[in-house]
Design a protein around this ligand. Structure first.
Ligand SMILES: CC(C)[C@H](NC(=O)[C@H](C)N)C(=O)O
Length: 639
């Protein structure tokens, strides 16, 4: 009873502005700062692995996805701590401290001076840096994941049951803040933002509605489900009458209300089963699509990649909320949350079809590299005259002085003999590398070795043209060249620059972000609205877990299903998501939307309300009245 009155007292502190509790301002700003810190760190994580820890592309990508998966698995832990022990408010505070320690640990791990005794610019003890960064990443995952289900659910707790319209707007604004944080993190250093996250959150302390933890709810749920399964098994003989739901086999031992709540949660969790496939495609923006961009032309690669998604979210969420969804409703169509999510999945699949088309364009322009049984050779002539080069048995090349063969010549054997029409004729045998590309340079005569420095800023020779992305060049510098004799330096293009422009990636980003707005924003709202009051964080955690599983699928598919062509892999993912969205739409068709509070009230009524509950409900009714008056600007001095 004492606990109950304190909860009511806290609720009375609720203050409003334009119909919204003021406390949510602190919550959305807190989310903004947190995402700012998270995405700022994540944006450079692969580069840190690649260029500081010197890992290869595959290891860097795998550890990156493993970290993202961990960030979306730890919400389960955060939800358990919040719902059964500390409550959401304290969980957010404590785990934010863990988060901040993680960021500091990670920052320290990037200081190479700590182990760089010989001052050569690279760390001497990689094990130390790897261990420290892994510890930092685990703490960050624990912090960011742990608070994630609590912050969204805590925001939702600030509203009352009759404020469903405001609640939906809150989730949209919440999503906007995630993306504003993500966008700004690419432009400003995120170092101090975890501290700001904590300070902003604490600043609103006096205004929050803080619901007390309701005991170890997860443990009770597991015990209740375990009992229902055991009891069902014990009564498996057909002589026992069937029950409406398998959870009803827990009736003998557990409270009807708990059983009803578990049924609601299980229904939603069952619906979540196909959802990870969306995240499998969505999170490849940060890996496969980034790598695709590196094979394209355009100078704004990093800016495009890290900003296009949040910019589109900031534009699309208001357009969808204020224009598209109301318009669809006006047309008399029922665009329910689960339908929106299905359409979101189809948009993501279309994004991957678009990525496949772009990939086909890129593949047309990529150099034709040798297969594992072939070898390739390019011949460069630095001799003073044009040469006729014969490569056994029947390859004839005419190469002018300071020129090269037009392209690499492919051989399906490795032993070759090269003859030059010099006087006397020069013939030499070579053994080429299998699966490799090599260049044969015919030296000038007489051969004089000398150094020539091409220095940026104070070059001896200036080259006005810009080198293209993805290109590779060889410079032929005559032995007689002097600093003012730039004309005699010849440039040979070994590999053509990328020619497909990055702007071609915009449609796929647009499609996937439209999908994200329909799928992710709606899913967040849906998970909150369909959860019983005491299991809101649990269901938020379940929702975030679908993201973790999606990242694990990327890891598995990337490792196991190596398709020879990248465009084929994109199409495979698109088809898988279409198949999954069809399954999801069938499951959604059979799902009935519920009002958890109504079901709980009904079960309580069936059980016969206890006097305590009666009192609580009366107080809540009174409070609802007061809040409604507050919203209308009527000043209430006394209830
Ligand atoms: C993982 C979620 C979808 C969400 N991400 C985004 O909104 C991105 C930046 N568009 C998040 O909670 O970080």
């Amino acid at each position: 009873k004492v606990q109950h009155s304190s909860a009511i007292k806290k609720k009375k502190g609720r203050r409003y502005c334009c119909g919204y509790p003021i406390s949510i301002f602190f919550i959305v700003v807190n989310e903004f700062c947190e995402r700012f810190s998270y995405y700022g760190m994540r944006a450079v994580l692969v580069l840190y692995f690649r260029y500081f820890l010197l890992w290869d592309d595959d290891l860097a990508t795998s550890i990156y996805h493993a970290f993202v998966a961990l960030c979306y698995l730890t919400p389960i832990l955060g939800a358990i701590i919040a719902d059964s022990w500390l409550g959401k408010f304290k969980t957010i505070i404590y785990l934010s401290i863990v988060y901040a320690i993680g960021q500091v640990t990670m920052a320290i791990s990037t200081i190479h001076d700590i182990t760089d005794a010989n001052r050569d610019g690279t760390p001497d003890n990689f094990t130390f840096h790897i261990a420290l960064s892994m510890l930092g990443l685990i703490l960050i995952a624990l912090g960011t994941g742990g608070i994630k289900p609590c912050v969204a659910a805590f925001g939702g707790d600030q509203f009352q049951e009759h404020q469903s319209r405001q609640l939906n707007t809150f989730f949209s604004v919440f999503y906007l803040c995630i993306n504003a944080g993500s966008l700004l993190s690419t432009l400003i250093t995120p170092l101090k933002s975890v501290a700001s996250t904590l300070m902003v959150f604490i600043a609103g302390s006096g205004m929050y509605v803080k619901t007390d933890p309701e005991g170890n709810i997860m443990w009770s749920v597991c015990k209740c489900i375990g009992f229902a399964i055991k009891n069902r098994f014990r009564h498996r003989s057909s002589s026992y009458p069937k029950r409406e739901h398998w959870m009803d086999w827990a009736n003998e031992k557990y409270d009807k209300l708990l059983i009803a709540q578990i049924k609601m949660v299980l229904k939603v969790l069952f619906l979540y089963i196909p959802l990870p496939m969306f995240w499998t495609l969505f999170d490849q923006k940060g890996s496969r699509w980034t790598l695709q961009a590196t094979t394209m032309s355009g100078d704004f690669v990093s800016i495009l990649i890290s900003t296009v998604n949040p910019i589109l979210i900031l534009t699309l969420v208001p357009i969808m909320d204020r224009l598209i969804f109301p318009l669809i409703q006006k047309c008399g169509l029922n665009f329910s949350p689960l339908k929106r999510m299905t359409v979101g999945m189809l948009f993501a699949a279309m994004a991957f079809v678009s990525a496949a088309l772009v990939q086909i364009e890129i593949d047309k322009t990529l150099p034709n590299f040798p297969s594992s049984s072939e070898s390739q050779l390019k011949v460069v002539n630095t001799y003073s005259t044009t040469l006729n080069v014969t490569i056994s048995p029947n390859e004839h090349l005419l190469i002018e002085s300071f020129g090269s063969s037009a392209d690499y010549v492919t051989f399906d054997h490795q032993d070759i003999t090269v003859s030059l029409n010099t006087n006397p004729v020069i013939t030499k045998a070579f053994s080429l590398i299998k699966g490799g590309r090599q260049t044969l340079i015919i030296p000038s005569d007489p051969t004089v070795m000398r150094d020539f420095v091409l220095r940026h800023g104070e070059q001896w020779c200036e080259f006005s043209r810009k080198f293209g992305f993805g290109a590779s060049y060889t410079f032929l510098i005559p032995s007689t060249v002097f600093s003012d004799d730039c004309e005699s330096i010849t440039e040979v293009e070994d590999m053509k620059p990328n020619s497909v422009h990055m702007a071609l990636q915009i449609p796929q980003y647009f499609l996937i972000t439209t999908g994200e707005v329909m799928f992710s924003v709606t899913g967040l709202q849906f998970s909150y609205s369909q959860a019983p009051k005491n299991m809101k964080s649990v269901l938020q955690a379940g929702w975030l877990c679908t993201n973790a599983v999606g990242n694990i699928i990327v890891l598995i598919v990337a490792e196991l299903g190596k398709l020879p062509k990248q465009w084929a892999e994109y199409l495979l993912f698109a088809s898988l998501l279409v198949a999954v969205s069809i399954i999801f739409s069938i499951m959604a068709y059979f799902y009935t939307y519920i009002d958890p509070a109504e079901i709980e009230a009904q079960v309580r009524k069936e059980q016969g309300l206890e006097p305590e509950e009666m009192e609580k409900e009366t107080l809540e009714m009174e409070e609802k009245d007061e809040d409604q008056k507050n919203e209308q600007g009527v000043k209430q001095t006394k209830i």
